[in-house]
Design a binder for this molecule. Structure first.
Ligand code: 48F
Length: 264
């Protein structure tokens, strides 16, 4: 092995980062949030041949799935999600209750991440989405990003931006991208009953899981919601440590986004 200098290590990182980052500036789909719904969505989009990147403000993907329920690192999934979680993402689950399986949350996060990367998803960690680009006909057409570290340190540093034909808010309970649209676009009317974010209801797993696929929709031109963000926007309950709906929602969002990209 040839010795390598610190300068060469630095060059390797900066050159590779720059090339990959430049390649993420014009995307078919930008997925905001690397939780189960966002990673699943990105996986199916990449498998479908679309150019997709996930922007995750933490240094890791997996969102709220790592810790299972109350730090017991196991998750429950309904059988309707098995084709996604086991067949496509390669996770191993055990039958547990009629119609339900249980799995190791660390394994499910890890295999989902590997499947997404193998499919061609580019994942940017440590990056917060703080704003959106809105262009013709009030359509969301990209996102504004900054390092999470800059945000946490409250440094006054201007952000950068990238374009995407479709943006997916998979930011979980916060529904942060939809909140930004509501806050920053005067008179913005979301595609909800009230035209506004309705807000998450108290925990009711059965109802929450039953609603989440239906609420996985385009909520503003160019902007889809997936996962818990969908329930938060459309006024459905939270569901706790049952995760099947997150995978089903991610897959549905991928199908809708792919259709929007094809029409664009
Ligand atoms: O919260 P999260 O796991 O969302 P999800 O995919 O799954 C929800 C479940 O984990 C759980 C549940 C299941 O029953 O209710 O809560 O809907 O993942 C959301 C990810 O988005 C990131 C955040 O760090 C997390 O990893 N995120 C949130 N806001 C931003 C963001 C932002 N502005 N920019 C970048 N990443």
């Amino acid at each position: 092995m040839k010795p390598i200098s610190e300068i060469e290590v630095t060059r390797g990182i900066v050159e590779r980062f720059t090339a990959d980052f430049l390649d993420s500036l014009q995307l078919d789909v930008a997925v905001i949030g690397g939780g189960p719904s966002g990673m699943t969505c990105a996986y199916y989009l990449a498998r479908d041949g679309l150019k997709v990147a996930v922007f995750e403000r933490n240094l890791h993907v997996g969102g709220g799935m790592w810790g299972g329920g109350m730090l017991f690192p196991r998750i429950v999934l309904q059988d309707a999600a098995l084709e996604i979680v086991c067949t496509d993402l390669g996770c191993r689950l055990e039958p547990f209750h009629e119609g339900y399986h249980v799995g190791d949350s660390v394994e499910v996060v890890s295999r989902t991440c590997v499947a997404a990367l193998d499919a061609g998803v580019r994942v940017w960690v440590g990056v917060s989405v703080e704003d959106v680009l809105v262009r013709e006909e009030d359509r969301v057409s990209g996102v504004v990003i900054n390092w999470r570290a800059v945000e946490l340190a409250a440094l006054h540093v201007d952000p950068l931006a990238l374009e995407a034909k479709v943006v997916i808010d998979a930011t979980g309970h916060e529904a942060g991208v939809v909140h930004t649209v509501q806050r920053k676009i005067p008179g913005a009317r979301l595609f909800t009953e009230t035209g506004k974010i309705i807000g998450e209801k108290p925990m009711w797993a059965e109802v929450a899981e039953a609603n989440i696929e239906d609420y996985t929709r385009e909520v503003y031109p160019g902007l889809l919601v997936a996962g818990m963000a969908a329930n938060a926007v459309y006024g459905a309950p939270r569901m706790g440590a049952i995760f099947g709906g997150m995978f089903l929602s991610g897959k549905k969002a991928a199908g809708l986004a792919a259709e929007m990209v094809r029409r664009s």
